[in-house]
Ligand binder design. Structure first.
Ligand code: ATP
Length: 360
């Protein structure tokens, strides 16, 4: 069995009211975040929401415009103090892996241990290469490695100095789907062994759910919601978060007396004033279809189309009272033929009501 990677002193990472303004525009607009020692947090959000900027501010590559960053309760960036990246005990891994093409795999990995005598740094580099299964490639150059092998080298290089904090910017986006899953598992195992507090940037909700103890959803430089995957799925704070974690049907409705009336029933619209324009969301997975349900509960409907999607099948169902067909997602074996007459019901927890989005 291969040796386990040595453990690190894990560090707490805190951001307090961090802003970063570029050319008058806010890339970060007041971010508060408290990452526990050894916790793995995924930063999730669409392009341009500030994920990379947040990593750069934590690493020290960028200074915040205002607010503070603390590592183990020590201010590393703030109004009166700025600790440079090399003194923060952080490891960085970039999307493109950024390996040095003119150095062998072994020297790429040993690069982060320049402070040690060469014999020691090479010994440590060999040990970590063995851990990631690449010792036999030690004297190769990066150009002959596959994407997955390059990812492992980059990971080994970042983790070898045993950073208390690991910052990873889209570390799997360059890998194909099959390889990605294997590398996610391996990376997770290595991060757990070293107990490094980790911030991983991704724009892929599934990856965030797979990797993160907690997920922080960023939007326009703000934290839209932070929590465990289950919390974000079951109780999304707004429409934006709901769309990230669930396939949904959306339709507009007006709030009256604290509820919205829809063809599928009356649903509470908590905290929304009368007259508010709302969006009602029906999860595609939360619509139940019953065949031969004549006289039974549910709205009458008819299957208009069936789409095989591998792990699931999606049906378009015309439902009484709805202007447009509803999308219904089921396991493949539960798919119905086009033209089937059905009764449509909603499962508990499958209906969400939010205020309609304003602005862009
Ligand atoms: P992506 O997923 O596309 O990498 P992101 O969420 O990582 O996006 P950031 O790279 O943090 O987003 O960028 C946030 C905003 O700040 C964007 O509007 C971007 O154009 C702007 N920005 C980032 N870096 C700079 C810079 N060095 N100079 C000027 N504007 C910048």
């Amino acid at each position: 069995m291969k040796a386990r990677a040595a453990a690190t002193f894990a560090a707490r990472v805190q951001l307090e009211g961090v802003t970063k303004v570029y050319d008058g525009a806010g890339a970060l607009n007041g971010v508060d975040l408290d990452v526990k020692s050894g916790e793995i947090v995924c930063l999730l959000g669409p392009s341009g929401c500030g994920k990379t900027t947040l990593l750069r501010v934590v690493s020290g590559i960028e200074r915040p415009s205002s607010g503070r960053v603390l590592i183990n309760e020590r201010e590393v960036a703030g109004p009166n103090r700025f600790v440079p990246p090399e003194s923060r005990g952080v490891g960085l891994m970039f999307q493109d892996f950024a390996l040095f093409p003119h150095l062998t795999v072994l020297n790429n990995v040993a690069f982060g241990l320049k402070a040690l005598p060469q014999a020691d740094s090479l010994k440590a580099a060999r040990a970590i290469l063995d851990r990631v299964g690449l010792l036999d490639m030690a004297s190769s150059y990066p150009s002959v490695l596959s994407g997955g092998q390059q990812q492992r080298v980059a990971l080994a290089r970042a983790i070898l100095p045993r950073p208390a904090v690991m910052l990873m910017d889209e570390p799997f986006s360059g890998l194909d789907v099959q390889l990605r899953e294997a590398m996610q598992e391996e990376t997770l195992a290595l991060l757990r062994e070293t107990r490094a507090t980790s911030l991983i940037v991704t724009h892929n909700p599934e990856e965030a759910m797979r990797m993160g103890d907690r997920i922080v959803v960023l939007r326009r430089g703000r934290v839209a919601q932070a929590g465990k995957a289950e919390e974000l799925y079951h109780a999304p704070a707004d429409l934006f978060v709901a769309r990230l974690f669930s396939e949904i049907n959306e339709f507009p409705a007006r709030v009256r007396g604290g509820v919205v009336e829809t063809p599928a029933g009356v649903f509470p619209a908590p905290g929304m004033e009368d007259g508010t324009q709302a969006v009602v969301c029906l999860r595609e997975r939360g619509l139940n279809l019953t065949v031969n349900g004549n006289g039974g509960p549910g709205l009458p409907g008819r299957v208009l189309g069936v789409k095989f999607l591998g792990d699931s099948t999606r049906m378009d169902v015309a439902v009484a009272g709805f202007e447009r067909p509803l999308k219904v997602r089921v396991d493949q074996q539960d798919a119905l033929a086009r033209g089937t007459e059905v009764k449509v019901g909603t499962a508990p927890g499958s209906v969400l009501v939010f205020a309609a989005e304003t602005g862009t």
